[in-house]
Design a binder for this molecule. Structure first.
Ligand SMILES: Cc1ncc(COP(=O)(O)O)c(C=O)c1O
Length: 385
């Protein structure tokens, strides 16, 4: 019989959702299953309210009042692509970092071929930290955009996005923050730190379901939409609307998903984001200390400025074998390999095999960490024999 599952793969998607999230999705499908903003009947109006509420909840968490500028998307990848594809033109320069996910690196690489944009990649140090001064020295008069992750999905290291924003804005450059790993794990206050673009995903640390995300835009004028189509507005015209959020929201939205995302964000707001972050911080500190006590284990990045994600390796073992052992023998779900961030692994010298990644959530416990540490010790013993 399989043991009770321990889920430590929350950077991929949060495994345990608050019951209120599941209820909100089910209620929407049972009671409000209509197309939002399309028809005038009561169910369609209620579905539109669900969508509106989700924009409000996102605005509340990130202290952003202008709800029309909160574009609902299907994930962070779509949000990032809207800005990258819609803003950059032939000859533009973009600065990014070696800690980015492929959802940044691939659209940029595509545009390098397609539109001849120039990519400047600032390399992080061995612990995965970016020095903002390196970004400053990469800026030229052709630099249009800086794209930077709020936190690495490999090492969990937090970037100094506020410092990078100051550098960007004092040089007339726009900044796109990939907050796929930062939303719900880092306090982001857009009133105090007005990033031009914040890309978030709903299904990771905001506890929403998969298929939900958002892009918060300060000003959309220069950006071309990624898609065109029906919006429920200006139906008499065959030209796509130019106003927000419709400009970037073609086709039917994921209403049940956004009902769930609202409930997920509400869960964080009710618990208090500080409490959620502090709890996760204690857990990751405990995990880091326990791993560092085992001398066969190398943990990448120290316990400073880190979200609740870490990478490690065991001397002489393949990351995939460790993850497989944890899963098959102990029902512990973790991720191994390159985590869609090859340059991050080149940076910390773990390319091409990668690392084992533990990513925690508010629903994990110290006891689960103890069980995992014992499982890792038994793997090391087995590996020696
Ligand atoms: C740093 C980072 N950016 C972007 C993404 C893409 O998120 P999604 O798959 O929800 O689009 C991920 C997913 O793991 C990520 O970790």
């Amino acid at each position: 019989m399989r043991k009770k599952i321990i889920y430590f793969d929350n950077a991929a998607t949060s495994g345990i959702k608050p019951p209120s999230v599941i209820k909100a999705i089910c209620d929407c499908l049972k009671k409000n299953n209509a197309n939002p903003g399309r028809s005038g009947h009561i169910l369609s109006v209620k579905a539109a309210e669900i969508i509106y509420n989700c924009r409000e909840k996102i605005g509340e968490l990130f202290k952003f009042d202008n709800t029309e500028n909160i574009i609902l998307t299907k994930n962070a990848t779509e949000s990032l692509n809207i800005v990258i594809n819609g803003l950059l033109n032939k000859g533009d320069e973009v600065i990014t970092t070696s800690m980015e996910h492929n959802s940044v690196l691939r659209p940029l690489t595509y545009l390098k071929k397609k539109k001849n944009i120039k990519i400047k990649m600032v390399r992080a140090d061995l612990n995965g930290f970016i020095n903002p001064a390196d970004i400053l020295t990469s800026i030229t008069d052709k630099t249009k955009l800086i794209v930077i992750t709020a936190a690495s999905n490999v090492t969990g290291t937090k970037m100094d996005i506020e410092k990078v924003r100051e550098i960007a804005h004092s040089n007339g450059v726009k900044i796109l923050v990939d907050a796929a790993q930062g939303a719900g794990t880092i306090k982001i206050n857009l009133k105090e730190s007005p990033f031009d673009f914040l890309a978030i995903t709903g299904h990771k640390h905001l506890f929403g379901p998969q298929g939900t995300g958002a892009l918060i835009i300060k000003d959309s004028e220069e950006i071309e939409p990624l898609m065109f189509g029906g919006t429920g507005s200006q139906s008499e015209k065959i030209i796509h609307p130019d106003f927000l959020p419709d400009k970037f929201e073609s086709g039917t939205l994921n209403t049940p998903g956004f009902a769930g995302l609202s409930a997920g964000i509400d869960f964080i707001i009710k618990k208090g984001i500080d409490n959620v972050i502090n709890y996760e911080r204690q857990l990751i500190k405990y995990l880091t200390e326990k791993l560092m006590e085992i001398h066969e284990i190398k943990v990448y990045a120290p316990f400073v400025n880190r979200v609740a994600t870490l990478s490690f390796n065991i001397n002489g073992a393949q990351p995939s074998d460790i993850a497989d052992y944890l899963d098959k023998k102990h029902s512990i779900c973790v991720r191994s390999g390159l985590h869609c961030a090859p340059e991050a692994h080149r940076t910390i010298n773990t390319f091409p095999y990668g690392t084992v990644r533990f990513s925690l959530s508010y629903f994990n416990t110290q006891k689960e960490i103890d069980i995992s540490i014992n499982a890792l010790k038994s793997f090391i013993m087995k590996n020696k024999n």
